[in-house]
Design a protein around this ligand. Structure first.
Ligand code: FAD
Length: 406
């Protein structure tokens, strides 16, 4: 068929669209600004590529919060099971970890990406590296800056899979936002998701505890209650437990200027047990060693208590016990978007039809993290990126068939 498709962005979403379209014998050109494709995907594999999750579908789609309905449409076309089958089709087995998370055997992204690029090459997909898309020309052709100067390219259909705005050194920098807005799409501002937060640590606490993990605590914030761990950073806090609550915390900070989380630092101990233990005579022991000896709170957890609990409360065993179960920490700002694991915001679903084609620009499709949704870590990000690439790829096929028929 003499039709051609341009895919801009060689991350999981763009490459999935390329896979779907090239499998039908249509010419696909993938353009990426970086010297190689899939850099964020490879980074995601550095600490174990959590590609999807094995929990029941109903639970799975609930992870997408108020975009659940839109993402469900995509996952009905290409869900977690289909994704695992697809990985197996590339010759890579997957396994379910103890938490229900799904990983490729070997945990890394690179063997998968290698096998995938080989298959795309065999399907004659051409990858054009160091091609930075700069928007559209007046005649609607695609404008690229390349090492050989500016190039203008025409295609019968285009998939934009440009990623969000975090970790810009890996390629996705969110520069596309104004171009899409000028083209008539509604784009929600990109915001950090799965991000850390700033805390006003005292210089002493920061110096003493930066880098320390805080393990086995329950974090409560509004409707969120979860046990886990996080890390003290120079600026504040980060890590899996914080990321899991980050959307709620971020929105509260945007609305009210700060967000107060509550930590249960001894989730396996009752308030009564703690009170009784702490009321035992401490003799000549310091309060710190009394707390350590009686209830086992020490190190960074004891440091947090000193940081946020008043002297008066330290003097009362009831109030001290209560503070151990409900330590209040004020988070004052999300860390910058560039540091976040992912982005919230992006091209709104109202701007797209059910094939992920821009209503304002027929023939232009969008996929991946650049769409307006967010999800916690746990494989939900990649699953929705793959699914949207799959749906956009099929949308392109329908579009091309219509062009051929008309
Ligand atoms: C440290 C880290 C760990 C992660 N771990 C996991 C995990 O374990 N599980 C999980 O589900 N998710 C994880 N994620 C998130 C996941 O990697 C992303 O959600 C996913 O890669 C997004 O895919 P995408 O195709 O939409 O965009 P991207 O992967 O960001 O790809 C976009 C591509 O577009 C290119 N591009 C952007 N702008 C232009 C332009 N103007 N011109 C040309 N090319 C352009 C970029 O160079 C890039 O190659 C992790 C992310 C990070 C940062």
């Amino acid at each position: 068929m003499d039709k051609s498709v341009a895919i801009i962005g060689g991350g999981p979403a763009g490459l999935m669209a390329a896979d779907v379209i090239s499998a039908q014998g249509i010419r696909v050109d993938v353009y990426d600004s970086m010297p190689s494709v899939g850099r964020k995907f490879l980074m995601a594999g550095k600490s174990g590529l959590n590609i999807t999750h094995s929990e029941p579908f109903e639970q799975f789609i609930a992870r997408y919060g108020n975009r659940r309905a839109q993402i469900e449409q995509l996952l009905r076309a290409f869900g977690p099971d289909a994704l695992r089958q697809w990985v197996h089709g590339l010759g890579i087995e997957t396994f379910v970890g103890t938490s229900g998370r799904v990983f490729p055997v070997g945990m890394k992204a690179s063997p998968l990406l290698r096998a995938w690029l080989k298959r795309l090459g065999e399907a004659s997909v051409k990858v054009h590296l160091r091609h930075k898309w700069l928007g559209w020309n007046e005649d609607q052709s695609l404008k690229f800056s390349t090492p050989d100067g500016e190039k203008n390219i025409r295609a019968d259909a285009t998939v934009l899979a440009l990623g969000g705005g975090s970790w810009s050194r890996l390629g996705s920098d969110g520069a596309w936002v104004p171009w899409l807005e000028q083209a008539g799409a509604k784009v929600e501002a990109l915001k950090p998701s799965n991000c850390g937060f700033d805390v006003n640590w005292s210089p002493h606490f920061r110096e003493r505890f930066e880098g320390h993990p805080i393990k086995s605590v329950v974090l409560s914030f509004g409707s969120f209650h979860q046990q886990g761990e996080f890390i003290v950073t120079k600026e504040g806090v980060e890590g899996s437990l914080i990321y899991a609550a980050s959307a709620l915390i971020r929105d509260e900070i945007y609305a009210n200027g700060n967000a107060v989380i509550s930590l249960d630092m001894a989730p396996n101990r009752s308030l009564d047990w703690l009170t009784e233990k702490l009321s035992k005579p401490r003799g000549s022991r310091s309060i710190a060693s009394h707390i350590e000896r009686m209830v086992g709170i020490k190190g960074v957890k004891a440091g947090l208590m000193r940081e946020f609990v008043s002297k008066e409360k330290f003097a009362s065993s009831e109030q001290l016990a209560y503070s151990i179960k409900n330590l209040q920490i004020s988070l004052i700002a999300p860390r910058p978007l560039d540091e976040a694991i992912s982005s919230a915001g992006g091209v709104t679903f109202e701007s797209l039809d059910e094939n992920l084609m821009l209503r304002a620009m027929p023939g232009i499709f969008c996929a991946g993290e650049m769409l307006d949704w967010e999800a916690p870590t746990g494989g939900y990000l990649l699953t929705a990126c793959f699914a949207s690439g799959y749906v956009a790829g099929h949308g392109v096929l329908k579009w091309i068939m219509n062009l051929v028929d008309s």
